[in-house]
Write a protein that binds this ligand. Structure first.
Ligand code: NAD
Length: 487
């Protein structure tokens, strides 16, 4: 038997479930990228809002490419379980806020119609960093085949940009006010970046449309935080056994969840602050702190962990050499943050250490290692350039970047993918001298492009890569952990 509306009454008493009548909920939100993160983060906040009586903000979630989420959730009428794990405790909650799941590649018309519907007041996104389709300068990649296709056939979009701009154009033409667009991906200034990309994309279609999107469409930025590893078959089996019915795609996550959003929603928004969301005028300080201290540390754990044979974050963080390194990395990163004192980074990193040590979450280092070329610029490189410009020591930051280049070229580490795949033969990196390997990767990824310190950065990372190859990762970790990096 599958999880679904009829099964709700049969679930064990300790499983939380929607207490509201889902038939009375209307869809005010369309979400693009119906992956794990959205369903364990935003959809849970919205589930709280609906349960408190705000029934106008149900979600229609769409996958732009793969039918996998729709295939799993349609038979369950959008219901799925979120398992919050901490130590031996696992709290199960069936979430009811996702009313329908669409697969855009199969039914672009249905998704466009839903986005144009005046009841849709908000479109949110978690499409992964690479799906923003930026070139090495951060501008829209206007040569990308999907962008070219979306300009040529606007009624059959493939990209998020294509769907958003076509839906906004149709609303404009029909006199329907534009929805607000809220990016929830881990990009700095995610709203501002997306707004600019949409304007650039619209300009390929018409200058008037671009002007309209520039002036009339709100794209607030936000910072999202909850660790949501990819679901495993063991998770599916364990959770389904506890439910007594089969859930084809439950999510496993931690207790912690945070969302900080810029308060600019012309068509209104859910009453989020009642459920722990922080509404602010400027999200930048929160975002930088999270991207560098959490995501930067995550990437460091991923590449160093892979080189040390550690499969999960908790395994890697249990290793004193890696944990000591991360504590030192945080000491180096905190002075790069604006308004650090007001945000309390020491308390933040103390909580992060506890979250990374959560052995109940099997967050794979290889999952975090994916797409490093899209992630490291904002997580590690920006802070490194800032420290270099201030004349500070950057040994730990350089090791994270060197570990990335080494892991990219290594056949010994568990596999991970990157949009750079295909630009060069990854295995050839390990045969190249360190300087050439670092230059090749940094140039292909556009790392530090145009920065005055680029040459210095490359030399430093190449030198660290040389040491990494000669001495091994543990020797380097030990040396850095014994040095005072704060100078
Ligand atoms: P996921 O793999 O479960 O889902 C990714 C979603 O993005 C899927 O719907 C997929 O179809 C879509 N997608 C992937 N490539 C795409 C492309 N090229 N074009 C359009 N859509 C594409 O991943 P997730 O855990 O849901 O994470 C998604 C994003 O959420 C991350 O990239 C990050 O920006 C953000 N995020 C994740 C976490 C986390 O812990 N998982 C935490 C904070 C933020």
């Amino acid at each position: 038997v599958r999880l679904g509306p009829e099964a709700l009454a049969t679930l064990p008493a300790d499983v939380l479930r929607p207490t509201y009548d889902r038939r009375g909920v209307t869809a005010g939100i369309v979400h693009l990228g119906a992956g794990a993160f959205h369903r364990a983060h935003q959809a849970v906040f919205i589930d709280d809002c609906i349960a408190a009586g705000d029934a106008g903000w149900g979600i229609v979630a769409a996958s732009l490419r793969s039918p996998d989420t729709g295939d799993a959730l349609k038979p369950q009428r959008g219901l799925y379980t979120v398992a919050e794990r901490d130590g031996a405790n696992e709290m199960l909650r069936v979430v009811g806020s996702v009313l329908d799941v669409l697969t855009a590649s199969q039914a672009p018309d249905a998704l466009l119609a839903r986005m144009v519907d005046p009841r849709t007041r908000l479109v949110t996104l978690t499409i992964t960093e690479k799906a923003y389709l930026r070139d090495a300068n951060g501008d829209l990649d206007t040569a990308h085949p999907d962008i070219l296709s979306d300009v040529a056939t606007p009624g059959r979009p493939r990209t998020a940009h294509g769907f958003l701009v076509e839906a906004l154009a149709r609303r404009w033409k029909s006199g329907i006010a534009p929805f607000t667009v809220l990016s929830c991906d881990n990009l700095p200034a995610n709203g501002r970046v997306l707004h600019r990309l949409l304007i650039e994309f619209a300009r390929l279609r018409s200058v008037d449309l671009a002007d309209y999107i520039e002036k009339d469409v709100a794209c607030p930025s936000c910072m999202v935080d909850r660790i949501v590893p990819a679901t495993t078959d063991a998770d599916r089996a364990r959770i389904s056994a506890r439910l007594g019915v089969a859930d084809a795609w439950p999510l496993v996550t931690e207790l912690f969840r945070q969302w900080v959003i810029e308060d600019h929603f012309p068509l209104g928004r859910p009453d989020w602050e009642r459920f722990g969301v922080t509404m602010v005028d400027d999200v930048a300080p929160y975002e930088t702190m999270k991207l560098r201290l959490l995501n930067g540390a995550h990437s460091a754990i991923a590449y160093l962990g892979l080189l040390c044979g550690k499969a999960t974050v908790a395994d890697a963080f249990a290793d004193p050499s890696i944990q000591g390194f991360i504590q030192g990395l945080w000491t180096d990163l905190v002075p790069t943050l604006e308004s650090a004192d007001a945000l309390g980074p020491e308390d933040y990193t103390r909580k992060l250490a506890a979250r990374f040590a959560n052995t109940a979450l099997k967050h794979r280092t290889a999952q975090i290692a994916n797409d490093g070329s899209q992630k490291l610029p904002q997580r590690i490189v920006a802070a490194t350039l800032q420290r270099l410009a201030a004349g500070k020591v950057c040994g730990r930051l350089a090791l994270v970047l060197a570990a990335w280049v080494e892991a990219l070229g290594s056949s010994d580490v568990e596999g991970f993918t990157d949009p750079l795949d295909g630009r060069f033969r990854r295995e050839s990196l390990s045969e190249m001298p360190p300087q050439a390997a670092v230059e090749l990767v940094f140039d292909a990824a556009g790392i530090a492009r145009g920065a005055a310190e680029k040459g210095h950065l490359i030399d430093m990372v190449a030198c660290t890569l040389q040491q990494l190859r000669a001495e091994g990762v543990y020797a380097l970790l030990l040396r850095l952990n014994n040095e005072d990096q704060g100078k």
